[in-house]
Ligand binder design. Structure first.
Ligand code: HEM
Length: 512
């Protein structure tokens, strides 16, 4: 501020003295340049404000946008409180970040309308996502092409395929939980499970997706490097992927992962060609493609298959870890609910905690399923997904979102709507057990996995995995939550996590 006050008169005085004493310097009309530049800058600033206000019209939001950066500072360190303030300001409200005009939609009806209007709006992942996932990844397809590609991938999530995955998930979960117990035996103090849960989740995903075609050391390497990808998923990142930037590190992590995934695709093709039985998702995919009844594209390169697997890792690693961590936290904080989970487990497993889990057994665990639904509702891993308007979108009678804007539906509000979920912040699995409850009568409010053509393709898989890890944990161990003043505060690192990383200590469960 002080410097701008000082420079303005000095520029004037320079121009004045040049009239008195002509020098070679005075031949350059510096005053004109100054005024011209200033006029251009002021015009651009006025234009920026005018365009913002024209687009915003009557929507709630700042009357003026901060020149050039807008609400950039808020997007660097997003908080739930900040989002809640924004949502509370109106059903639709406006902000601008780096001149991207953004409409935030806080109600369920607007959220569903955005997600189900593919002719007006398409998902628009954060800018860094294209650099990390590669621009030709299927997740960036739109319209008919997207529908067709996705239809082919449904073969990876059939009941038969899920039946195969459940055994793999169960084995890996037990291996990790046993390791957690061993670590706790060495040092019984409470520790954050943030990273240990992420590692378990990554190993599970890679084993389900790639079976033994990917060695364990690769899973460890990918898991360690994956955190760089999570960190690069900010709304706004430094645009150039140069060494030292988050996006650069994320791209290196993707390159390392893709090498292993391409190798896995190649090995899967060899194995299926040799007539071996299916052992993972890649195999399931190839078997589906070989099925004479399968219609659609039959050939996929190793790279394409690897990109699909990578898109699944990308879509699931943070969300699944968030769901799992909050699952552990909720059960630790609600011993009555953990008790009911255990009763159901004892009954279905016939009193044998080591009995391997099957899909048929999971079908007989309605309380477990209700608990998973509820934990994901109370703390939805994905609170919103940015969409971009491909043309002017008449979202309400009195407002049209301009073409090329970002429009961001809130899932959180719909999942905390008190008219559908009475006492919405309470963790009450029972609300899902009564077919007449408002939760069950209003399935469209349950936006944990989105809605419409881009609704999560892995939702059954995700619910199954979170459920079985928590069920195995309930059978094998006791866990205590070391509450801190950050346990109930949320940090947003792509998805939601407890700010203290969920501090737990584990003990083996005494068998009856
Ligand atoms: C708790 C775990 C998960 C949550 C909360 C979650 C949530 C979501 C949400 C909100 C969307 C966007 C939906 C929309 O735009 O309407 C989405 C899309 C997607 N999810 Fe998930 N997801 C989870 C796990 C998974 C898993 C395990 C996989 C894969 C195995 C997966 C694969 C995908 C893919 C590929 C998309 C994009 C679909 C498309 O564009 O057609 N997700 N997910």
């Amino acid at each position: 501020m002080a410097s701008s006050k000082a420079s303005f008169p000095s520029a004037l005085s320079h121009s004045h003295s040049s009239n008195v004493l002509p020098t070679s310097q005075s031949l350059i009309p510096s005053g004109n340049w100054f005024y011209t530049t200033a006029a251009i800058v002021i015009s651009l600033l006025v234009l920026e404000q005018t365009v913002y206000r024209y687009k915003k019209r009557h929507l709630p939001g700042s009357r003026w946008t901060i020149p050039l950066i807008g609400k950039f500072a808020d997007s660097v360190n997003p908080t739930m409180e900040g989002y809640q303030r924004q949502w509370a300001s109106g059903a639709l409200s406006a902000i601008s970040v780096f001149n991207i005009f953004i409409v935030m939609a806080s109600t369920k009806d607007f959220a569903r309308k955005i997600l189900n209007s593919p002719t007006y709006a398409e998902p628009c992942l954060v800018h860094s996502a294209k650099q990390i996932l590669l621009p030709d990844n299927w997740v960036f397809l739109t319209g008919r092409e997207h529908v067709d590609y996705r239809r082919g991938l449904n073969a990876l999530f059939t009941r038969k395929a899920l039946g195969l995955y459940v055994g793999i998930q169960d084995a890996i979960a037990r291996k990790h939980l046993t390791r957690w117990l061993a670590e706790s035996a060495k040092d019984p103090s409470a520790k954050p499970i943030m990273m240990t849960a992420r590692d378990m989740n990554m190993e599970t995903s890679l084993a389900v997706f790639c079976g033994s075609y990917i060695p364990e050391r690769a899973a460890v390497e990918i898991s360690e490097k994956y955190w760089d990808i999570t960190l690069a998923l900010e709304l706004v990142n430094f645009p150039l992927a140069i060494p030292g930037t988050k996006v650069y590190r994320a791209i290196q992590a993707r390159k390392a992962a893709m090498q292993w995934l391409e190798l896995a695709a190649k090995r899967s093709k060899e194995s299926i060609a040799a007539g071996n039985p299916s052992e993972c998702m890649l195999d399931e995919w190839l078997l589906a493609l070989n099925d004479p009844a399968y219609k659609g594209r039959k050939e996929f390169s190793d790279r394409e298959m690897a990109m699909v697997v990578f898109s699944f890792l990308f879509a699931s690693q943070d969300a699944m870890s968030s769901g799992l961590i909050y699952g552990f936290q909720h059960l630790a904080d609600h011993p009555d609910i953990l008790k009911k989970i255990r009763e159901e487990q004892e009954r279905v497993r016939g009193g044998d905690p080591d009995r391997p889990m099957t899909l048929e057994m999971m079908d007989q665990m309605p309380y477990l399923r209700a608990m998973v639904r509820e934990t994901l509702r109370v703390k939805p891993p994905v609170t919103m997904v940015p969409y971009k308007t491909t043309k002017a979108f008449p979202i309400a009678d009195d407002y049209t979102v301009p073409s090329g804007s970002m429009v961001i539906p809130s899932f959180y509000n719909s999942l905390h709507d008190p008219s559908v979920y009475p006492d919405p912040d309470s963790f009450t699995p029972e609300r899902w057990l009564d077919s007449e409850s408002s939760a069950n009568k209003n399935p469209s409010n349950y936006l944990v996995f989105g809605s419409g053509p881009h609704k999560c393709i892995g939702l059954e898989y995700a619910m199954m995995n979170i459920g079985l890890v928590l069920a195995d944990a309930a059978m094998l161990m006791e866990w205590d939550h070391a509450l801190t003043d950050k346990s109930d505060k949320v940090q947003i690192i792509a998805t939601l996590f407890p700010q203290d990383g969920c501090m737990l200590k584990f003990r083996p469960r005494q068998r009856a």
